[in-house]
Every structure is written in C-alpha cells, then in structure tokens.
Design a protein around this ligand. Sequence first.
Ligand code: HEC
Ligand code: HEC
Ligand code: HEC
Ligand code: HEC
Ligand code: HEC
Ligand code: HEC
Ligand code: HEC
Ligand code: HEC
Ligand code: HEC
Ligand code: HEC
Ligand code: HEC
Ligand code: HEC
Length: 258
Amino acid sequence: MKRLITICIALTLSLSLTQAFTSISLAAELSNDDCVKCHTQPPADIAAQGGAHKTEVTCLECHEGHPPAVRDNIPACNSCHSDKAHYELKKCLSCHSNPHTPLVLHLAKDITGPCLTCHQEQGTQLQENKSFHTTMACTACHQQHAQVPQCVNCHTPHNNTMVQADCGKCHQAHKPLVIVYNDATPSKSCGACHDEAFNQLSASASKHRALSCAACHKEKHKMVPACQDCHSIPHSAGMMKKFPTCGECHNTAHDLNL
Ligand code: HEC
Ligand code: HEC
Ligand code: HEC
Ligand code: HEC
Ligand code: HEC
Ligand code: HEC
Ligand code: HEC
Ligand code: HEC
Ligand code: HEC
Ligand code: HEC
Ligand code: HEC
Ligand code: HEC
C-alpha cells in the first residue's frame, strides 16, 4: 500500500507540468519547501552564499506564482531595491550574475561609472589630479571588488632596493603625480633618482649629513628650502650686506664648506 502511494506521488510529479499546475489547489499550496524537489541548484546556491537573499527573503517572495499559471515569475530587482543611485543602474545581473548568491560579483575589466554610485570620492580624486591613471577603468586595477592591487604588478621600482611597501610613502594610487611624503622617508629612496645629491651628502663631513633629504625638502616633491628657514641669519648685518648669499662662502647644502 505504502509503495503504491509512493508510485502515485511520483507519477503525479512526473505528469506534465501543465496538468500539475493548472490544478489551482496544488499551485496555491506550493510552499518554499517544495521548490527543492524540482529545482536543486537555486536552493543549494542560496544555502551556500545567499547572504541577505537567504535570511531576509524567501523563494516565494521573489518568485510569486509559478508557470504555467503565472507565466513570468522572475522579479525585477528594483521591485525591492529602489531610491539609491546604485539601483538606477541597468543590467543588475551583469555584475550580480546569480541572484541566489547576490554578493558573488562578476566584474568586467572596463567598469568605472557604476563604481562611482558608491565611491564618489575616488572618482573625484582621479579627475582633479589628472594622470594616466585617470584614463584607466577602476576595474583595470580593482579586478575583484574591494581588492587592492600592488603597484609593482605594473611598474618597476625606481631602484632595486625599493619594494611595494615604499610606494605609498610618496604616491597615492588615485593621484600618483602628486608626490607628498614625510620626514621619515629614507634618503636612499630619493637617491634612486638623485644619485649626485645623495652621493655628495653621504660623503660630506658636515652635520647636514645626519639629516634626511625629506627633513630639508619637506613634504612635497621639488620643494627647496632657504638656509634661513633653519638658521635665520647667523652673521652680522654688515657681512650679509657685503655677501648676500650664503652659498658664496658655504657652497651648497649638500656639500658645505666647513
Ligand atoms: C513539481 C516540480 C516543480 C516544483 C515543486 C517547483 N517547480 Fe519551478 N519549475 C518547474 C518546471 C518544470 C519549470 C519549467 C516550466 C516552464 O518553463 O514552463 C519551472 C520553472 C520555474 C521558474 C522559471 C521560470 C522561467 O521563466 O524561467 C522559476 C523561477 C521557478 N520554477 C521557481 C520555483 C519555485 C520558487 C518553486 C517553489 C516555490 C518551484 N519553482 C517549485 C518545476 C517545479
Ligand atoms: C531575491 C530574489 C530571489 C530569491 C530569494 C530567489 N530567487 Fe530564484 N531567481 C531570481 C531571479 C531574479 C532569477 C532570474 C535569474 C536570471 O535571469 O538569470 C531567478 C531564477 C530562478 C530560477 C530559474 C533559473 C535557474 O537558475 O534555474 C529558478 C528555478 C529559481 N530562481 C528558483 C528559486 C528558488 C527555489 C529559490 C528559493 C530557494 C529562489 N529562486 C530564490 C530571484 C530570486
Ligand atoms: C523580493 C524582494 C527582493 C528582490 C526582488 C531582490 N532583492 Fe536583493 N535584497 C532584498 C532584501 C530584503 C535584502 C536585504 C536588505 C538590503 O540590503 O536591502 C537584499 C539584499 C541584496 C544584496 C546584498 C546582499 C547581502 O548579503 O548583503 C544584494 C547585492 C542584492 N540584494 C541584489 C539584488 C539583485 C541584483 C536583485 C535582482 C536580481 C535583487 N537583489 C532582487 C530583497 C530583494
Ligand atoms: C557594475 C557592476 C554592478 C551593477 C551593474 C550593479 N551592481 Fe549592485 N553592487 C555592485 C558592487 C561592486 C557592490 C558592492 C558589493 C559589496 O559591498 O561587497 C554592489 C552592491 C549592491 C547591493 C548591496 C549593498 C548596497 O549598499 O546596496 C545591492 C542591494 C545591489 N548592489 C543591488 C543592485 C541592483 C538592484 C542593481 C541594478 C539596478 C545593481 N546592484 C547593479 C556592483 C554592481
Ligand atoms: C593595473 C596596472 C597598474 C597599477 C596596479 C598601477 N599602475 Fe601606475 N600606471 C599604469 C599604466 C599603464 C601607466 C601609464 C604608463 C606608464 O607610465 O607606465 C601608469 C602610470 C603611472 C604614473 C605616471 C602617471 C602619468 O600620468 O605620467 C605613476 C606615477 C604611477 N603609474 C604610479 C603608480 C603607483 C604608485 C601605483 C600603486 C599605488 C600604480 N601606479 C599602480 C598602470 C598601473
Ligand atoms: C592604477 C590603479 C587604480 C585605479 C585605476 C583605481 N584604483 Fe582604487 N586603489 C588603487 C590602489 C593601489 C589603492 C590602495 C591605496 C593607495 O595605494 O593609494 C586603491 C584604493 C581604493 C579604495 C580604498 C579607499 C582609498 O581611497 O584608499 C577604493 C574605494 C578605490 N580604490 C576605488 C576606486 C575607484 C572607484 C576607482 C575608479 C574611479 C579606482 N579605485 C581606480 C588602485 C587603483
Ligand atoms: C553598492 C555600493 C558599492 C559599489 C557599487 C561599489 N562598492 Fe566598493 N565598497 C563598498 C563597500 C560598502 C565597501 C566596504 C568598505 C569597507 O569595508 O571599508 C567597499 C570597498 C571597496 C574597496 C576596498 C576598500 C578598502 O578600504 O580596502 C575597493 C578597492 C572598492 N570598494 C572598489 C570598488 C570598485 C572598483 C567598484 C566598481 C566595480 C566598487 N567598489 C563598487 C560599496 C560599493
Ligand atoms: C621617495 C619617493 C618615492 C617613492 C618611495 C616612490 N616614488 Fe615613484 N616617483 C617619485 C617621484 C618624485 C616621481 C616623479 C618624477 C618626475 O617628476 O618626473 C615618481 C615617478 C613615478 C612613476 C612615473 C614614471 C617614472 O618612473 O618617472 C612611476 C610609474 C612610479 N613613480 C612608480 C613608483 C612605484 C611603483 C613605487 C614603489 C615601488 C614608487 N614609485 C616609489 C617618488 C617616489
Ligand atoms: C622617480 C625619480 C625621482 C625620485 C624618486 C625623486 N625625485 Fe626629485 N626630481 C625628479 C625629477 C625628474 C626632478 C626634476 C629635475 C629637473 O627639473 O631638472 C626632480 C627635482 C627635484 C628637486 C629640485 C627642484 C628644483 O627646483 O630644482 C628637488 C629638491 C627634489 N627633486 C627632491 C627630491 C627628494 C627630497 C626626493 C625624495 C623624497 C626626491 N626628489 C625623489 C625625480 C625624482
Ligand atoms: C631644514 C633645516 C636646515 C636647512 C634648510 C639648512 N640647514 Fe644648515 N644645519 C641644519 C642643522 C639641523 C644643522 C646642525 C646643527 C647642529 O647640530 O648644531 C646645520 C648645520 C649647518 C652648518 C654647520 C655645519 C657643521 O658641520 O658644523 C652650516 C655651516 C650650515 N648648516 C649652513 C647651512 C646653509 C648654508 C644652508 C643653505 C644652503 C643650510 N645650512 C640649510 C639645518 C638646516
Ligand atoms: C640640510 C638641508 C638639505 C638636505 C639634508 C638635503 N638638501 Fe637638497 N637642497 C637643499 C638646499 C638648501 C638646496 C638649494 C641649493 C643650495 O643652496 O644648496 C637643495 C637643492 C637640492 C636639489 C636641486 C639642486 C641640485 O643640487 O640638484 C636637489 C635635486 C636636492 N636638493 C635633492 C636632495 C636629496 C636627494 C637629498 C638627500 C640625499 C637632499 N637634497 C638633502 C637642502 C638640503
Ligand atoms: C662671507 C662668508 C659667509 C657668508 C656669506 C655666510 N657665512 Fe655662515 N659662516 C661663515 C664662516 C666663516 C663661519 C664659521 C665661523 C663662525 O662660526 O662664524 C660660518 C658659520 C656658519 C654657521 C655655523 C654656526 C655655528 O654656530 O656653528 C651657520 C649655521 C652659518 N654660517 C649659516 C649661514 C647662513 C644661513 C648664511 C646665509 C644667510 C651664511 N652662513 C652666510 C661665513 C659665511
């Protein structure tokens, strides 16, 4: 008897769907627990990585009705997500490629505009500080969401002692040509391009040798200090009137005459 019932149920389920679902009472009784009997993938996806689509909504809240009684039971994303710039985008599924795993994103390599719906600041920084990076798409660098690339994937360091961790001491990715740094920046990083200044200062016997490049050329690249910024005027007014520039007697900061 039990066996007979099982066969009956199996038969009913395997009947053509048209027959099964035109039975209004059966369609009305369709519950969230039934779906998995015929659809295995969506429930498995949701169980694994459904995120808020697992915890905040059910199958039937998204899929109202079922074919053939209801021909189109695929929801529009904006029936639940509205009132934010991000939700005005077209083709939600081009990035959220599987609605049952909404945070597993597929990002093409040429995306910029859609990122700005949430990250305006970075877009503004790139526009206000024009560089080659401004011409690149966000996802040319950020190939996966929230992943940050290494500069050295695309660039060779200025010398062979410099590593990825150094780049950020002088550069920011979204304004790479605005070069700012602090006093602790090692002089040998500057020396990568200014070997003459570096070698002169290293060979000098003056107290300036103890100072880093960045301690004198403060904060911004190409800033040149005046001797008086640190020494005021250590000599008599008479002498300074006769020899107005410090260099006349002291040569240069990197190579002081002592
Ligand atoms: C008895 C088996 C069965 C059950 C139970 C069932 N479905 Fe289906 N479902 C099907 C079949 C077969 C199709 C294909 C129908 C068609 O293309 O006309 C389908 C189609 C769909 C579609 C696709 C519609 C489209 O346009 O591609 C969705 C969505 C869907 N079902 C969701 C659900 C949900 C949600 C549940 C549970 C509430 C569920 N189904 C329960 C068999 C079932
Ligand atoms: C947040 C809304 C949402 C939830 C919750 C949801 N779905 Fe879907 N589902 C969709 C959308 C949107 C599509 C259409 C995807 C497409 O066009 O590629 C879809 C497609 C489907 C399809 C047809 C295509 C396929 O992947 O086989 C089935 C079947 C389906 N869902 C079943 C389910 C089941 C079963 C559940 C519950 C375990 C469920 N869905 C939960 C939104 C949802
Ligand atoms: C029936 C309502 C409903 C539909 C339709 C729906 N969502 Fe959602 N979705 C929600 C709710 C509720 C949440 C949780 C609250 C929130 O983040 O707004 C959510 C959250 C999300 C999240 C964040 C997930 C997380 O775990 O934080 C993403 C991404 C998302 N939805 C994308 C989509 C996309 C893309 C579509 C269309 C394919 C869609 N949703 C359709 C109701 C829906
Ligand atoms: C160009 C790719 C792209 C497109 C197109 C896209 N999204 Fe998103 N979406 C994202 C990214 C990236 C996130 C951030 C994910 C995270 O925080 O992990 C996101 C997050 C979300 C979230 C959750 C967080 C939040 O603050 O809202 C929802 C909901 C969402 N998208 C819905 C949608 C809807 C609805 C559409 C279509 C109207 C859409 N998305 C189109 C890329 C996209
Ligand atoms: C995905 C590859 C990629 C990554 C990652 C990348 N860049 Fe670039 N960058 C380029 C390309 C391509 C150019 C243009 C050709 C060139 O100058 O090498 C460029 C140019 C530059 C320029 C010169 C800009 C101009 O307009 O002249 C600087 C400075 C720069 N990058 C610094 C950096 C720094 C610092 C990082 C890390 C924070 C970084 N880049 C990360 C690809 C990349
Ligand atoms: C040339 C590669 C490159 C491009 C193009 C790029 N980024 Fe970045 N982004 C980075 C790097 C590297 C970091 C890490 C911080 C740094 O080095 O300045 C970063 C950091 C971020 C952060 C973390 C917060 C912050 O500002 O540090 C966000 C958000 C971000 N980028 C979004 C974007 C968006 C949106 C775009 C497109 C408008 C974009 N990025 C274009 C390389 C890039
Ligand atoms: C729906 C809103 C949304 C969209 C669209 C979005 N993001 Fe995000 N993004 C976030 C959130 C939320 C975080 C997490 C912030 C955090 O953890 O500090 C984040 C984090 C990031 C981070 C890492 C920040 C860090 O501090 O390490 C990067 C890089 C990033 N996003 C780049 C992008 C790029 C590139 C795009 C376009 C493909 C994009 N985002 C689209 C919301 C979004
Ligand atoms: C001590 C500061 C400093 C450090 C550290 C530094 N840079 Fe630079 N970088 C500069 C300066 C200054 C320039 C601009 C020279 C000019 O005006 O032409 C520059 C220019 C560049 C350029 C443009 C092309 C070129 O070679 O002139 C790229 C690319 C670059 N840096 C990448 C990097 C990378 C990658 C790192 C980390 C490995 C890094 N930089 C570390 C100061 C630094
Ligand atoms: C990537 C190579 C590079 C690095 C690294 C670099 N510079 Fe330069 N620097 C240059 C170039 C190129 C110039 C322009 C030379 C010119 O105009 O003749 C320059 C010019 C200067 C000038 C001269 C400005 C003027 O008016 O003559 C000073 C001062 C300077 N850099 C200091 C530094 C300091 C300090 C560091 C380390 C924090 C540093 N540089 C790192 C490439 C670099
Ligand atoms: C950023 C600050 C700064 C700048 C700019 C600067 N100096 Fe100095 N200088 C110092 C410091 C600090 C000492 C060491 C003082 C001490 O230890 O008594 C010093 C020492 C000296 C000494 C004594 C050297 C010795 O070995 O006894 C002379 C001479 C001197 N500076 C001349 C100059 C001249 C000329 C210039 C401009 C070309 C200049 N300085 C620019 C900070 C600076
Ligand atoms: C004590 C302060 C001081 C220190 C330390 C210092 N400089 Fe200078 N630098 C100056 C001053 C002042 C000038 C302007 C020329 C002069 O009067 O000597 C200058 C000029 C320059 C110039 C442009 C003219 C030239 O000589 O090429 C460059 C480039 C430069 N410095 C790079 C560096 C580098 C790289 C370092 C570290 C190795 C460094 N400086 C260390 C004070 C300093
Ligand atoms: C006419 C030559 C001459 C000129 C010009 C000159 N100095 Fe000197 N300076 C000297 C001599 C010689 C000494 C060493 C004797 C002494 O301590 O007075 C000296 C010493 C110094 C010392 C070291 C003082 C100490 O206590 O160790 C500093 C710092 C200094 N000069 C800075 C400057 C600055 C800054 C200028 C430009 C504003 C300048 N000098 C212009 C000749 C000159």
